[in-house]
Design a protein around this ligand. Sequence first.
Ligand code: LLP
Length: 426
Amino acid sequence: WPASAQDGPAGLTVAGVALADTADRFGTPLYVLDEDEVRSRCRAYRTALPGAEVLYAAKAFLCSALADWITEEGLGLDVCSEGELRLAAAAGFPPERILLHGNAKSPEELRLARRLRVGRIVVDNLAEIPRLAALSSADTPQRVLVRVVPGVAAGHHEAVRTGVAGQKFGFALEGGDALEAVRRVLAQPGLVLAGLHCHLGSQITSVEPYLTAVDRLVELLSEIRDEHGVQLPELDLGGGHAVPYLPGEAGLDLDEFAALVPVRLADACKRRRLDVPRLVVEPGRAVVAPAAVAVYRVLTVKHTADGRVFAAVDGGMSDNPRPALYDARYSVRLVGRASTAAEREVDVVGRHCEAGDVLVRSARLPADLRPGDLLAVPAAGAYQLSMASGYNLVGRPALAAVRGGRARLLIRRESVEDFRAREVGR
Ligand code: LLP
């Protein structure tokens, strides 16, 4: 839950706004985003890591208002598509603070990035080195990072583990792929090799994998110095910082990360007589996940002869595909009315035409749960709306921001008219 969440006479409030009132006003499913929670998470990163550069990973969730908050809080932005880049640019995000990722950047995307003068581009394959070089010159060089696969396994699910061989991102450290990419970048007069990048995975709960990655990347930095006589000024460790989803769960401890990682980097560099590069981190989930709550309305409650209860809500896998994709676990609670009924086990399911459309399995909810009730799911700010689909032509939900007792709609609900508007033939 956001730090501002409180139980009161109006039921559960976030930033002083009753979730039940907001749900009545804007409809459900509704994502409610606490602006101050996002801002304070940005500040926590800047305070904990004063010597580092913090880039918010837009893939977790991006809209223009969020881009404003990120700019104002002094963070940079990691984008991984033309869409994210265009939205950030249109929102007025300072281009020099944008870093572009992608394993399949299109020629248009690279041209756009050059035209907008984005600060850095992360090279993920050999083919894009000459492509990018052709768009750059020694007078207007492009700063690039080479994405390295350090051979470190971390992350909550196989699908998000990008630090190991056998997946599509980056250049392997092992076997010399990374050194070859470095050679080719250095051979291009229009490109400036600013440093190395790695991203291990997502929802990583321990600092240990980052320390191993630091050791391995510093080893590569020293090989680069030995071979080319250059010292690279930046080391980007990607994102992946975990947040708690369930009561009692722990996220990645930012203070521990901040206490251990820069020291490890400094020590490893000192041992090899390297200048210490500037640390860059790219948290996405840790900035936005805890800042939002998803609010659903219960449509039906089914009691089966074998004793199960299914509470079906008006959203589901189209607004939150994470349970279906990664077996992700969530908590859920009743909002908007008090209940003194005993709790019982309930499967909170979505409205989609698949048995796998389960939002929260085996939740504990009041036994008198009934249609019309509102349910709230915390830690809903990352990889939900950003991964939402139009399955069953159920429109993507609306998003409201809350601050200082007021709610404002940032993104309206998608309607069937939106789907129809894209049809241009029949
Ligand atoms: N940097 C790079 C290069 C990334 O690929 C990612 C996430 C991040 C930063 C931010 O990672 P974060 O701090 O948010 O963990 N849909 C999945 C997560 C996919 C993450 C992809 N890359 C999920 O819902 O768990």
